[in-house]
Design a protein around this ligand. Structure first.
Ligand code: XBP
Ligand code: MG
Length: 252
């Protein structure tokens, strides 16, 4: 079965954005709003179980009834402020892409393999990350960018992947998803997609048993990735289009 498109998650997959960018932007927005809490690294890791920044803040407040309880409008305003801070961070060039990501994106472009994005994060965040890491035309490298509130239910629901597949016009079995988290994996698998995981510090202990392969990263020549789960477990390799096509074919 030919590989017809790669669908990338953003946060944790394209770049390690959560701990040092999203979390920091949330805390700055909380401080600007005069809120008496901030999210340390473990606390933020715990609340990553909830996808979507507004939903994450609502869940945190539900768990902490002694904190100021905010209306949906307050949460939306604070989240807007957080997005503005995050975009500024990206524009300052704070975060690189993960190892192997740009190489794989370039290889896909050279091979004429369509690329897409399926993420729960806000569209402005995706755009600023892609522009700061790939240049002004970074977003145009992706045929479809499915992001944020465009679908009613965020990951782990399959909505965003189904939306992107529909826009691409390819059957799920001809495409591969690249993810970093259990929520993302559940979403992609429920949409019928074989999924390759590159785990992060935050997601390394999550359940990836339904993934096609699990790796520590995509790898670069001279600095290969380690396969953590799947047929080549324990081996080192550089993830390229040929390997991804082979994995998808074997899966079929
Ligand atoms: C990441 C998320 C997002 C970000 C924050 O999902 O869950 O909510 O943490 O972004 P994915 P927003 O890995 O699927 O991209 O604050 O814009 O929601
Ligand atoms: Mg992710």
């Amino acid at each position: 079965m030919p590989l017809r498109a790669l669908i990338f998650d953003v946060d944790g997959t394209l770049a390690d954005t959560e701990r040092d960018a999203h979390r920091v932007a949330f805390n700055q927005a909380f401080a600007a709003a005069g809120l008496p809490f901030e999210w340390d690294v473990p606390t933020y890791g715990h609340y990553l179980k909830v996808t979507g920044g507004k939903e994450r803040l609502r869940c945190f407040l539900n768990d902490h009834p002694t904190m100021p309880q905010l209306s949906d409008g307050d949460i939306a305003r604070i989240h807007q402020q957080k997005t503005a801070i995050y975009v500024e961070m990206m524009q300052a060039g704070l975060l690189p892409l993960r190892p192997g990501v740009e190489r794989l994106l370039n290889a896909a472009r050279d091979a004429g393999l369509p690329l897409a994005i399926a993420t729960t994060t806000t569209p402005a965040n995706v755009e600023s990350l892609l522009k700061s890491t790939l240049g002004q035309d970074g977003p145009e490298r992706f045929q479809i960018i499915g992001a944020g509130d465009i679908v009613p239910h965020k990951k782990p629901a399959p909505d965003i992947y189904k939306y992107v597949l529909e826009q691409l016009g390819f059957p799920a079995g001809d495409c591969l998803a690249l993810e970093d988290s259990n929520n993302g994996l559940c979403s992609a698998v429920a949409a019928g997609l074989a999924t390759v995981i590159t785990q992060t510090e935050y997601t390394r202990n999550q359940d990836f048993s339904s993934a096609l392969r699990v790796l520590d990263q995509l790898g670069e020549p001279g600095s290969p990735a380690k396969v953590l789960q799947g047929k080549e477990a324990g081996h080192h390799l550089v993830v390229d289009i040929a390997i991804l096509s082979q994995w998808l074919t074997e899966e079929a």
